[in-house]
Design a protein around this ligand. Structure first.
Ligand SMILES: C[S@@+](CC[C@H](N)C(=O)[O-])C[C@H]1O[C@@H](n2cnc3c(N)ncnc32)[C@H](O)[C@@H]1O
Length: 205
C-alpha cells in the first residue's frame, strides 16, 4: 500500500494536482474556518498548502514519504509553512481535543480500520470542531467502470454512503451531508464524472 503511494507520488507531476479539492476550499470559506487544521492522508499537500495560504495553521500527515517531499516543495513554492509528518493514523501522537477542524479528502481506508480512524479524528477535534469529508460514493462504481480515469476504490466496502456517514460519526452534528454527481478535474487520477459523498459535521460539545 505504502509502496504504491510512494511510486505514484515519485512522479514529477502532482497526482491530484496542486489546486485544492473544490468542496474543501468552499467549506473553509463557507464556515469561515480558522485556527488549526488536521489533514490526515494528505498526500502531496494540495489542501494543506491552500489552507495555509488562507491563514490556517496546518498539520498534515500521510504514510507516504514521497507525499511529504512533494507537499513541502509545494508549500515552499507558495511561501507558506505547514507541519507534515509521515506515519499511520493510529501511530500519530496528537493531543486529544486539540484541533479546530479536520478534513478527510479521499481518505479511503480498509474496512477493518475505517471506524477506528474516524473515531480517532473526532477525538482529536475540540468541542464544536468541524470535520469536512469528501470521498467516493458506493454509487461511483458504475462511473468508474465507464471511465476508469475517475479513480477511487473498486471495493464497495471502501466507499461511502449517506447512511454509512451517519453511522460512522454519531458524535458529530450533521451540518451538511449529501451525495453529489461531480465532474472532477484533479490531476491525473481524478478525471471526469463521478459520485461523491460530501459531509460537514460539528463535534457535539
Ligand atoms: C487518494 S489519496 C488522497 C490524498 C489527499 N487527501 C488529496 O486529496 O490530494 C489517499 C491518501 O491516503 C494515504 N493513506 C492511506 N492509508 C493511510 C494511513 N493508514 N495513514 C495515513 N495515510 C494513509 C495514501 O498514502 C494517500 O496519500
Amino acid at each position: 500500500m505504502k509502496e504504491m503511494w510512494n511510486e505514484r507520488y515519485g512522479a514529477e507531476s502532482y497526482a491530484y494536482g496542486t489546486e485544492p479539492n473544490t468542496f474543501f476550499a468552499e467549506t473553509l470559506a463557507n464556515y469561515k474556518l480558522a485556527g488549526n487544521l488536521l489533514l490526515p492522508a494528505e498526500g502531496e499537500g494540495r489542501n494543506a498548502v491552500f489552507a495555509a495560504k488562507k491563514g490556517l495553521s496546518v498539520t498534515a500527515f500521510d504514510i507516504s514519504e514521497a507525499g511529504k517531499t512533494k507537499a513541502l516543495a509545494l508549500a515552499s513554492a507558495n511561501n507558506v509553512s505547514i507541519t507534515y509528518e509521515v506515519g499511520d493514523f493510529l501511530k500519530m501522537d496528537f493531543t486529544t481535543s486539540s484541533f479546530d477542524s479536520g478534513a478527510l479528502i479521499y481518505a479511503h481506508f480498509p474496512p477493518s480500520l475505517l471506524s477506528i480512524y474516524h473515531q480517532r479524528i473526532v477525538e482529536l477535534l475540540k468541542p464544536n470542531g468541524i470535520l469536512i469529508l469528501e470521498g467516493f460514493s458506493t454509487n461511483n462504481l458504475p462511473y468508474r467502470e465507464a471511465n476508469p480515469k475517475i479513480g477511487g476504490p473498486d471495493k464497495i466496502e471502501m466507499l461511502f454512503s449517506v447512511e454509512k456517514i451517519k453511522n460512522e460519526f454519531p458524535n458529530l452534528e450533521i451540518l451538511q451531508l449529501e451525495e453529489v454527481e461531480v465532474e472532477l478535474n484533479e490531476g491525473l487520477y481524478h478525471q471526469g464524472k463521478g459520485k461523491v459523498i460530501r459531509f460537514v459535521g460539528r463535534k457535539k460539545a
